[in-house]
Design a protein around this ligand. Structure first.
Ligand SMILES: CC(=O)N[C@H]1[C@@H](OP(=O)(O)OP(=O)(O)OC[C@H]2O[C@@H](n3ccc(=O)[nH]c3=O)[C@H](O)[C@@H]2O)O[C@H](CO)[C@@H](O)[C@@H]1O
Ligand SMILES: C=C(OP(=O)(O)O)C(=O)O
Length: 441
């Protein structure tokens, strides 16, 4: 089911919604449970497609996974981890990026792992060269087949020195999940330090790992012989929280995001304030609203943490179409994350995309054939359109645009949004959005 949604726009989103645990942490913590000798319990787990995919993959490997969706609690018992049939794993090809992170834990438990073709958003080439180099560096043998990649560790895994060419989130997590049970010391230079990674470090420490994080992006791991299960509550999804905040701004609304956490969103909050969005941080969450009057344009560059997250970029661009003047957005994390602007242009937005690095320092994509900078000129009234959702954040951004536009839009392929936005239909309803779901192509 791809899903079709009719959205009658032009009404401010108002009310309260709740965000639960971060998509980009919960799935990794579930993989970490594979490393434990005893069961784990993870709380604040959202009902999203990526959690279901990881739960299914764990089950294929003999892990007992009980997910109480209402309570948001997952129990994972890895007592009987076993090799899964390649064909069964391959059925999940294209559904998520998480299978690559099963390698370290499976190599420790079983001596072998199989990676199907990865899924995730098509926002760039998204190679896995760092991951494979890391696994080789620990002593794994990587065989690329027609169906997928087979990995083995005939002599076990040994701690190593790794220097990342770019602070990749996934490659940092790959290193952590492999190093904790490798023999000896691992030093990772150029690590990513996103809050979701720090929460994974916290989980691994609870399991018995010894991990230190230095100020210069160096992470050191002392391998241990045994890890136990963990009990942990996932950090909130700062991408979902930021997305609803942008929806409030673009629709001139007022949304209280219960569960949103200031500490993980400081960079976003600074930007939100510069654009003219108002927010009020409370113990239980953050209220975001449009204060009336004009929004201000900005010059923005996405970056690794503590920079402005690439995953916030797409929803924010929709709000920037309503700011008065020229905004410049330089995407430095993914080379191809402005495809979603085609549909916005079709709705009346004035957005030009460029190959050059605009507005800041040159990045890895400069002087290459990647349209990775955007100039947004506003304010432009948005008009309803028929839209096909391209990817997770792009899809949510199209929904925001449809909510802000005059008239009734048809948004197709909305089921992709379930990958990272829990019960977004129910939340739209709670915010008095005029949206309904119909049969789609
Ligand atoms: C499931 C998950 O957590 N997804 C997040 C994770 O993705 P993911 O972990 O896939 O993103 P990375 O941080 O690894 O990617 C960053 C950059 O490094 C490049 N790269 C990465 C690995 C590699 O082997 N070779 C290589 O060249 C990528 O193409 C990209 O240009 O971090 C991204 C950056 O914050 C977020 O947008 C995603 O939402
Ligand atoms: C790019 C994203 O996710 P993934 O890495 O799962 O494709 C995202 O969450 O915006």
């Amino acid at each position: 089911m791809n899903g079709l949604m009719r959205v009658e726009g032009g009404n401010p989103l108002t009310g309260e919604i709740t965000v639960r645990g971060a998509k980009n942490f919960v799935s990794k913590a579930m993989v970490a449970a594979l490393l434990g000798e005893t069961p784990s319990r993870l709380a604040n787990v959202p009902v999203i497609k990526d959690v279901d995919v990881v739960a299914d993959l764990l089950r294929l490997h003999g892990v007992t996974v009980d997910h109480d969706a209402d309570a948001g609690v997952v129990h994972l018992d890895p007592s009987d981890v076993e090799s899964a049939h390649v064909a069964d794993i391959d059925a999940y090809a294209g559904s998520s990026r998480i299978p690559i992170l099963f390698c370290g834990p499976l190599l420790h438990r079983l001596g072998e792992a199989f990676i199907p073709d990865l899924g995730g958003c098509r926002i760039g080439d998204r190679p896995i060269d760092f991951h494979l180099d890391i696994l080789r560096s620990f002593g794994a043998v990587v065989d690329k087949g027609v169906q997928g990649i087979q990995i083995s560790a005939p002599r076990g895994l040994v701690g190593t020195l790794i220097e990342l060419p770019y602070p990749s989130v996934g490659a940092t997590e790959q290193t952590l999940l492999t190093a904790v049970r490798a023999r000896g010391l691992t030093e990772l230079r150029g690590a990513a330090t996103e809050p979701e990674i720090m929460d994974l470090v916290a989980v691994l420490q609870k399991m018995g790992a010894i991990i230190s994080v230095d100020t210069d992006r160096t992470i050191r791991v002392e391998g241990v012989d045994r890890l136990d299960g963990f009990r942990h509550t996932a950090l909130a999804d700062r991408i979902e929280a930021g997305s609803w905040a942008c929806a409030a701004l673009a629709t001139r609304g007022d949304v209280f995001v219960r569960g949103a956490s200031q500490l993980d969103m400081m960079t976003f909050l600074n930007t939100y304030r510069k654009v003219g969005g108002e927010f009020d941080v409370r113990d239980e969450g953050i209220r975001f609203w449009h204060a009336g009057g004009d929004l201000d344009p900005i010059v923005l560059e996405t970056d690794v943490h503590p920079g402005f997250m690439t995953d916030w970029q797409q929803p924010l661009v929709v709000a920037l179409t309503q700011a008065t003047g020229l905004s410049i957005v330089h995407e430095t994390v993914y080379e191809n994350r402005f495809g979603f602007t085609d549909a916005l242009r079709g709705m009346g937005a004035t957005i030009q995309i460029y190959r050059e690095c605009l507005g800041g320092l040159s990045c890895r994509f400069g002087r290459r054939n990647f349209f990775h900078s955007a100039v947004v000129s506003g304010p432009t009234p948005l008009r309803a359109a028929q839209i096909e959702v391209p990817d997770l954040r792009g899809g949510f951004s199209h929904l925001i645009a449809a909510l802000a536009a005059e008239g009734t839009s048809e948004v197709r392929g909305i089921s992709i949004i379930n990958r990272g936005y829990e019960n977004f239909l129910g939340k739209l309803e709670a915010l008095s959005a005029k949206a309904s779901v119909g049969a789609g192509v």
